[in-house]
Design a binder for this molecule. Structure first.
Ligand code: PLP
Ligand code: TYF
Length: 398
């Protein structure tokens, strides 16, 4: 039965990790995958998470199956981060949240449910977008099209192109939007632009699917939820996939959530029952450990405050790396203007480096970036930034 199975292509981002591991140069730097490293080049174990883990350990709860939709306190905590704790959508039962296996799991559960209710719809994703968006929605059975987003000449948003693309989509199209810290470009619309985007979706009867995997890495935890809250304030029903992988530095625990905004209490009840069916037939119920850590942090005020503080430290460090990178490249005599890197948000920068330049960085310097020129700014640190800036200057000048 396996004789005709073809070799699948490697994931263009995760595949880089394997290449990086095999590289024996001590100066190598991995700017590929979207993971936050601290200034010592390590993936942090947050203090808030460690303290939560101690509490969970001491409580020594038995590991029964969780409810299909996960830990109740996890779901209410995740939802409050998105909608705001005082949101009328919570009091009026116009929203519901299920614990999922990372942000990817939220997208997948959402996609499978959407296929049931909108079987003939198309899905529109930004050009460019996180590569898994295309693959995931295609695997769920949707034709996937793209909408204009990035303008390579300005290194900014192609706002006119974006609106024109959205206006051309047929009613009922599902539109995946990065609610903050766009992956891979780091380019986000302004809040005023988001208002126009939201009303374009509303007028065109398009279905918003907001993906938010980097809440807290833009301007702050509350600030980065502004787009979600804007859509909610306009009375739009929508899908929201969120992830704690990056914001809690819990990549391997698979902590995410799918939140739906509905039109009312009765709708919420029916929708939740169907989501539970999707989950049951996929993996039955989510795992306990990561969810209990996040739930403990979100529901313990002093741990929440500690987490918020640690997250703001991560955000500030990335911002400082953006500024230093631009200055250091310039100091090496590069004329090309890189100041756009400072305006980009989140972990990534679409650096404008070409494919051959990315290849030279890898071959000559052991610096790994995604072929598109995306670099993970969160992997820069005081120990490698001079080396990276010099290498970038070198491949640009020669
Ligand atoms: N959506 C975007 C835009 C991402 O960059 C990521 C990153 O991994 C995800 C979703 C998935 O999140 P998770 O790693 O929690 O599955
Ligand atoms: O874009 C990134 O680097 C992260 C991590 O298939 C990632 O979102 C990359 C590829 C992938 C899953 C996660």
């Amino acid at each position: 039965i396996f004789a005709s199975v073809e070799l699948a292509p490697r994931d263009p981002i995760l595949g880089l990790n394997e290449q990086f591991k095999a590289d024996t140069r001590s100066t190598k730097v991995n700017l590929g995958v979207g993971v936050y490293y601290d200034d010592a080049g390590r993936i942090p174990l947050l203090k808030a998470v460690r303290q939560a883990e101690t509490r969970v350990f001491e409580q020594a709860e038995p590991r029964n199956y969780l409810p299909i939709d996960g830990i109740p306190g996890y779901n209410t905590g995740a939802r409050a981060l998105l909608l705001g704790a005082g949101s009328p959508l919570i009091a009026e039962h116009r929203s519901l949240t299920v614990q999922t296996l990372g942000g990817t799991g939220a997208l997948k559960v959402g996609a499978d449910f959407l296929k049931q209710i909108l079987p003939d719809a198309k899905v529109a994703i930004s050009n460019p977008s996180w590569a898994n968006h295309q693959a995931l929605f295609a695997t769920a059975g949707f034709p996937v099209v793209s909408y204009d987003y990035y303008d390579a000449t300005t290194h900014g948003l192609d706002f006119d192109g974006l609106l024109a693309s959205l206006r051309a989509l047929p009613a009922g199209t599902i539109v995946v939007l990065h609610a903050c810290c766009h992956n891979p470009t780091g380019v986000d619309p302004t809040l005023d632009q988001w208002r126009e985007i939201a009303s374009t979706l509303q007028v065109g009867q398009l279905v918003p699917f907001l993906d938010i995997a980097y809440q807290g890495f833009g301007d702050g935890i509350e600030e980065d939820a502004a787009v979600v809250r804007l859509f909610a304030s306009m009375g739009m029903t929508m899908f929201i996939s969120s992830s704690f992988s990056k914001s809690f530095s819990l990549y391997g625990e698979r902590v995410g959530a799918l939140t739906l905004v509905t039109s009312g209490d009765d709708e919420s009840t029916r929708v939740l029952s169907q989501l539970k069916r999707v989950i049951r037939t996929n993996y039955s119920n989510p795992p306990t450990h990561g969810g209990s850590l996040v739930s403990t942090v979100l529901n313990t005020p002093e741990l929440y405050a500690l987490w918020a503080d640690e997250l703001s430290g991560m955000r500030d460090r990335i911002r400082s790396m953006r500024h230093q990178l631009v200055e250091k490249i310039q100091a090496h005599g590069v004329d090309q203007d890189f100041s756009f890197v400072k305006a980009q948000r989140g972990m990534f920068s679409y650096s404008g480096l070409t494919k051959p330049q990315v290849e030279r960085l890898r071959e000559d310097f052991g610096i790994y970036a995604v072929g598109s020129g995306r670099i993970c700014v969160a992997a820069l640190n005081s120990g490698n930034i001079d080396y990276v800036a010099r290498a970038v200057a070198e491949v640009i000048k020669h």
